[in-house]
Design a protein around this ligand. Structure first.
Ligand code: ZN
Length: 171
C-alpha cells in the first residue's frame, strides 16, 4: 500500500473528538465505572510517533500493550494500552472511498480498538492468543462495533468498506 501522508493537526483534533465519543459509547455499552477511562488512560499514536517495527501496511490501527516504569524507575506492575493509528492507511482508504470522512471512519476505528482494550483488561482475552483465537476475537469485536455504532451513524457504507478490504479489518 503506497503512502497517503500523515494526519495534520486538524486531523488530530478530529481524532481526539472521535475518541471522546468512542470512550462514551464503549463506557455505556460495557457498563463501565464512571471514571474508567480516567483511571485507565490509553495513548493514541500515529505512525510518526512510533518505532518503524509498529508500522503495518494492512491495518487501520492496532492495540499495543506496555508496562511503564513506576516512580522508582523499575518496571511497573500495571499494563497500559495504546492505539497505534496507521494514519497513511486511513487517509488512503478515505481517498479511495471518496464518500467517507475522517470523523466517521475515525469513530469506527477508535470504537473498535477501545472494545479490544476493554476485553483485554476485563474479559481475560489473551493479548498473545493464537492466530485462530485472534480471528474469533476479531469477529466478536467487529459485531460489537457494529452494534454500538448502529444507533449513532450510518454504518452500512463503513461496513461495506471493511468487508471489501478484509485485510484492513484485522487490527
Ligand atoms: Zn480488531
Amino acid at each position: 500500500m503506497s503512502s497517503a501522508g500523515s494526519f495534520t493537526s486538524a486531523d488530530r483534533t478530529t481524532i481526539s473528538k472521535a475518541a471522546s465519543l468512542a470512550e462514551g459509547l464503549t463506557w455505556s455499552f460495557f457498563d463501565l465505572p464512571a471514571d474508567e477511562w480516567k483511571r485507565n488512560p490509553y495513548g493514541i499514536y500515529t505512525r510518526r510517533e512510533v518505532d518503524k517495527t509498529l508500522h503495518e501496511p494492512d491495518v487501520f490501527a492496532r492495540v499495543v500493550r506496555y508496562r511503564p516504569p513506576n516512580r522508582s524507575g523499575s518496571t511497573g506492575d500495571r499494563d497500559r494500552y495504546g492505539i497505534v493509528l496507521q494514519d497513511s492507511n486511513i487517509l488512503l482508504a478515505l481517498l479511495r472511498s471518496g464518500a467517507l470522512d475522517l470523523w466517521t471512519l475515525g469513530l469506527f476505528v477508535l470504537t473498535h480498538e477501545l472494545i479490544h482494550i476493554v476485553r483485554f483488561r476485563k474479559h481475560n482475552i489473551d493479548f498473545f492468543a493464537s492466530a485462530e483465537e485472534r480471528d474469533n476475537e476479531e469477529k466478536v469485536v467487529q459485531a460489537m462495533t457494529k452494534e454500538i455504532l448502529a444507533g449513532v451513524t450510518n454504518t452500512d457504507r463503513l461496513l461495506s468498506l471493511y468487508e471489501s478490504q478484509a485485510e484492513l479489518t484485522r487490527g
